[in-house]
Structures are given as C-alpha cells and as structure tokens.
Design a protein around this ligand. Structure first.
Ligand code: URA
Length: 242
C-alpha cells in the first residue's frame, strides 16, 4: 500500500496534508526517512514512525452514529446532506458506508463501516439480525396488535412479514409509544407494518441492532468508534421473543 494511504488512515490528515508531512522529513519507514507519497509499505511487515511515534495501520473503521432527522443514509446524494457529510475528514478517508438504510426522517442507531464482510453478515436476510425501534404512533394500540405482529402482517404489496415483537410503553387515545423488534429490513418496514393495522408512525428511532444498544449520550448527528466489546454485541444473535 502507498505510504500516503497508510498515514491518512492513521489520522494524519488528507492525502494533501500527508504529502506535506512527508516533505517535512517527519516520516520514517523501517528507520529511514521517506519523502515520496508513492512509497510502498506493507502493514504486516513494515514499521512507520511519525515524529518518533509509531503509526499503526488500521484497515477497518466501525462507527456508531445517532442519526438525526433530515439526513440521508447513503454515501452520496446530489440534493441532500448524507450521513457521510457528518463525519470528520479523517474518518471519511476510510471510505465508510452506512450498514443498511434508515429513512430520512428516522433517527437513531446507524453503524458505518468499510468492512464489507461485517455489513453483509448484518444485512443478510438469512442472518435475521434483530433491530429494535422506538416509535410514536397516532392513536391507541389495539390489544390484538401484539399477536398480529407476532404472526406477521401482510403489507400493502402482499408481503407477509416475519414475526415481530411489539412492546407497548404507553397506550394513549391520541398517541402511543412502543418498541418494535423486527428481523428483516424491508423498505419502510415499521411504518408499513403499522399501516397494515391502520395506524401511522409519527416518530421513529432505531435503538438496537443485534445486542448493541444506541449510546443515548451521543447527541443527534454525532458518532464515535465502537469498542471491541460493542463490535461483538453487534453480531450476537438473540431470540426476540425470550
Ligand atoms: N422502518 C421504517 O419504516 N423506516 C426506517 O427508517 C427503518 C425501519
């Protein structure tokens, strides 16, 4: 790999900034000062030191974001701000992408990574990774909704959903609050499941994926790296009805 990629992935700024750093003579490869950004280095064998400190190469990045309303969960959009626009340039240099989509108006837990294998295993329909949403619903929740969602409901396009677990937090005449755990990720799934029982989702927030919970201390629009432990929680399977 080129040394400029190594350095920008290790937090030394953009490729342009890294070029300046190299030019200043601050970078040593296996003990020898190098100045050419095209110099090749192998993370398995070579040692890179910047201003006397080792720059350990990191291939993958795993971020937890508390996605705000109004931002698209895609890598690019010609008209709207994307979740990638909310990342520091240093983190953008890893070329992360969102793992699955949240609607523009949905808030909450979004994982961003450049680890395609992890993303695939979390998104694969065969893996049934549970995702829990908090929602505000217009009107009250009829008593039979728990059972209907447990059996799966038929959406307006005829699709029969997998069993989903409903927990009612407050059941009000005007507005109710619930948690819904689903194991698939059809387009607008939570909203469409409530439409199937003649209710409307008026606020939606993802709070959990696998066994990983949203860090509620993260203000909307901010993010942080996942810890090793959180990374393993993400792939942990759990029976949603236990
Ligand atoms: N279900 C929805 O309806 N929207 C989302 O953003 C996620 C799940």
């Amino acid at each position: 790999m080129r040394i400029d990629k190594w350095l920008s992935n290790t937090g030394f700024g953009s490729r342009k900034e890294v070029k300046q750093l190299l030019k200043s003579g601050a970078v040593k490869l296996n003990g020898t000062v190098i100045k050419d950004p095209k110099t090749q280095a192998d993370p398995d064998k070579d040692q890179v030191v910047v201003h006397g400190e080792e720059a350990i190469y990191k291939e993958f990045i795993y971020l937890m974001m508390n996605k705000p309303d109004g931002v698209i969960s895609a890598t690019e959009d010609s008209r709207h701000e994307t979740v990638i626009d909310l990342l520091e340039l240093e983190d953008q240099s890893f070329e992360p992408f969102p793992v699955g989509r949240l609607d523009k108006d949905t808030e909450g837990l979004l994982i961003l990574t450049n680890d395609g294998q992890l993303a695939h295993s979390l998104l694969s329909p065969k893996k049934h990774v549970p995702k829990t949403y908090f929602a505000k619903i217009n009107g009250s929740i009829p008593e039979d909704t728990y059972e209907k969602f447990k059996q799966g409901v038929v959406l307006e396009d005829g699709y029969h959903t997998q069993p989903a677990k409903l927990e009612v937090i407050t059941n009000g005449l005007e507005e109710s609050e619930i948690y819904l755990t689903i194991t698939e990720g059809k387009f607008h799934q939570v909203k469409r499941m409530f439409e199937a029982v003649e209710r409307k989702v008026i606020y939606l927030k993802r709070v959990q994926m696998g066994s990983l919970k949203l860090d509620e201390s993260l203000p909307l629009g901010t993010y942080r790296e996942l810890t090793e432990e959180e990374l393993s929680l993400l792939s942990e399977r759990r029976n949603v009805f236990e």
